[in-house]
Design a protein. Sequence first.
Length: 277
Amino acid sequence: MGNFKKSGKGTMKQKNKPFKKKSEKKPQQKIAVDKQVKDPEAGMRLNKYISNAGICSRRDADIYIQAGNVRVNGEVVTEMGHKVKLTDEVKFDGRRISPEKKEYVLLNKPTGFYVTGSLERNNRTVMDLIANASKSKLDPVGKLDTSTTGLLLFTNDGTMSKNLGSTKKRIRQIYHVELNKSLEQEDLESIRDGKITLEDGKVTVDEISYVENRPKREIGIELQSTRQHIVQRTFKKLGYEVVKLDRVVYGGLTKKDLPRGRFRHLTQQEVINLGML
């Protein structure tokens, strides 16, 4: 996508030793543990569950269990050797934990794919596109309409998903918008100056401009709101229809080297950065 050119002048720039086993016995034990973690029907000792979640050692977990710090499906469990399944809700000091490795996958969503399931048969969903990304169940963070393209994050990290998905959360996003007709300069300035108010409040954008070297119906807009359909509703308020909508930046993540319909795993630093939002 071309640079976003500000109204008047300027350009909006997108800111953009492996462990060696000594014996054959230990790797076999590790495989057995992994199988337990991935099989929802396989019972796992509660202390192992807590240890796999990265809370503490099994020995320390036993101490916390006896002290009543752990709840399973809402009930305090103090029994040594108690077994749980992946389908159980386990909370440690009031915080839900999981023995699964946290994973974060970024998809460049194409048009025509549903983010949530559709009642109509044979409809494609974004889950089809990331089917090979992980053996864990990953859920999308937030939503994109079926016709909307661009960046969509998936994770099994419930805490981060809840944090980023909150409508009160401010997350930097840049959209490439194509309208059904050219955007009048006066309307662009109304959006830029915060003069648009919708039924759920005032619209505040960080930047808005025409896309450089493109027709004036193509707009770049940067905002931090996660309110539902805020971009479409903003332009509709002024008498325009959004024909195409592409999210090109999300919370510091970009589409660089990520073709449409492909996904990649986030780097450790990217995960840290998202956690700081």
